[in-house]
Design a protein around this ligand. Structure first.
Ligand code: C5P
Length: 400
């Protein structure tokens, strides 16, 4: 988001307070944001809040000019990367659909030539009224205009139903999507991430500390680049993504069924999941305490990655992960050959560096051509970088 310019237009709805959080997310991601608003929006959030958080005076009037050499409504509508209207009231949707330009926000919307994202917010009856439905449908006919659907829940008026503005994180995710250049080919990605849980009895399970953060970040980044993504989600923190397909699974056996079922249809397979190599035979009833020692018998689980090999298209790209406490690169290279991988992301695990469940990681990208040591970085940035690399490799492999 660094170097991106965004006009954030706020209209008069209680969800204006949520737009404050959206502004913070945009600013911390490095975007330059000019806040504009309707006069009514000032009943909900004041100038000072917007000024302090955006680092520049917000504009509420068509005749305010921060830079006399520029016409503000043209600049804010055409010389930015995106206009986001959050919250968007029924009134602003009606004005935009009808081409009315009687204040700064509606004039910016009429003059806009860049992508516009509306995040509607209103009472359920207003949202579902034929007029609002018609206005949204009319606006959505333009390829440049996007909507982020309202969520259901309790509304400011005391009732419950559809009409709440989407959460700031969801709007932020969609803005990143709209600002990310799309790849030449819409490849189908299958990504398995997170930890599996192997149940001993109906209550206890064996697992590991993986939180699926890197796999999730890879899936998000691939989606932003225009891929058709399916995430096979082992145990990982909620909420699961809502922008692309997700198949939640619990055990290695469930993950095996999901991944082998989907692998024949994918162009890219990323096995970033921390899959159990052994699973206990599950007892139907809770194991009782009492014995001084108890033996646990474990059976090996299928190697999912290996088993997908005969199922996948020859041109498809295969990516694995490796976590090792010793001989990282030799072991990774061995796995790459054994599992016929195009790339393996190798994690060194030691007393001083345990990537499992941590926010940051330092990995080595191992390909048949050589090794690339990456510096320590947060898993979000790492996932984005790995996704870029994978997309390049996948397109290269297809063109061979
Ligand atoms: O051989 P190892 O289990 O260390 O290989 C790790 C890679 O294999 C990872 O990409 C992991 O997701 C995958 N894997 C698998 N099925 C298993 C165990 C690991 O696909 N049962």
């Amino acid at each position: 988001m660094k170097g991106k310019h965004i006009t954030l237009a706020v209209t008069g709805a209680i969800a204006a307070y949520k737009a404050v959080f959206l502004l913070r997310l945009l600013r911390s991601a490095g975007a330059e944001v000019q806040v504009i608003g309707t006069a009514n929006s000032l009943r909900f959030v004041g100038r000072e809040t917007w000024e302090a958080l955006s680092g520049r005076p917000p504009l509420f009037d068509l005749w305010e000019t921060p830079d006399p050499s520029k016409i503000p409504h043209i600049m804010l509508a055409q010389e930015v990367d995106l206009v986001v209207v959050a919250p968007a009231t029924a009134n602003i949707l009606a004005k935009a659909a009808g081409g009315i330009a009687d204040d700064l926000v509606s004039t910016v919307l009429l003059a806009a030539t860049v992508p516009v994202l509306f995040a509607p917010s209103m009472n359920t009856a207003m949202y579902e009224s034929p007029a609002t439905r018609r206005n949204i449908a009319l606006l959505a006919e333009q390829e440049r205009i996007h909507f982020i659907d309202c969520a259901s829940g309790s509304l400011a008026c005391g009732s419950a139903g559809k009409g709440r503005m989407a959460e700031p994180e969801t709007i932020f995710g969609r803005i990143r999507y709209l600002l990310t250049p799309k790849r030449s080919e819409k490849l189908r990605w299958l990504i398995a991430a997170g930890a599996t849980r192997e149940y001993l009895d109906p209550i206890r399970f064996i697992t590991n500390g993986a939180n699926g953060a890197t796999g999730r970040a890879i899936a998000d980044a691939a989606w932003r680049q225009g891929a058709e993504v399916t995430l096979v989600a082992g145990n990982m923190p909620a909420p699961l993504p809502s922008d692309y397909a997700v198949r939640p699974v619990t055990s290695a056996a469930d993950m095996h069924a999901a991944v082998t079922g989907l692998a024949p249809l994918c162009d890219v397979l990323v096995m970033s999941a921390a899959v159990a190599d052994y699973a206990p035979v599950k007892s139907a009833s809770k194991l009782k305490k009492g014995d001084r020692t108890k033996e646990l018998s474990l059976e090996s689980t299928p190697d999912i990655l290996l088993e997908t090999l005969p199922l996948m298209e020859r041109r498809a790209l295969r990516v694995g992960f490796a976590a090792e406490t010793e001989n990282l690169l030799e072991n990774a290279r061995g796995k790459m050959e054994r599992k016929a991988l195009d790339l393996i992301v190798a994690n060194r695990v030691s007393a001083s560096h345990d990537p499992f469940g941590a926010p940051d990681n330092r990995v080595v990208l191992v390909t048949p051509g050589g090794n690339e040591e990456l510096p320590l970085m947060d898993k979000e940035t790492l996932g984005e970088l790995i996704a870029d690399r994978i997309y390049d490799l996948a397109l290269q492999k297809r063109s061979r």
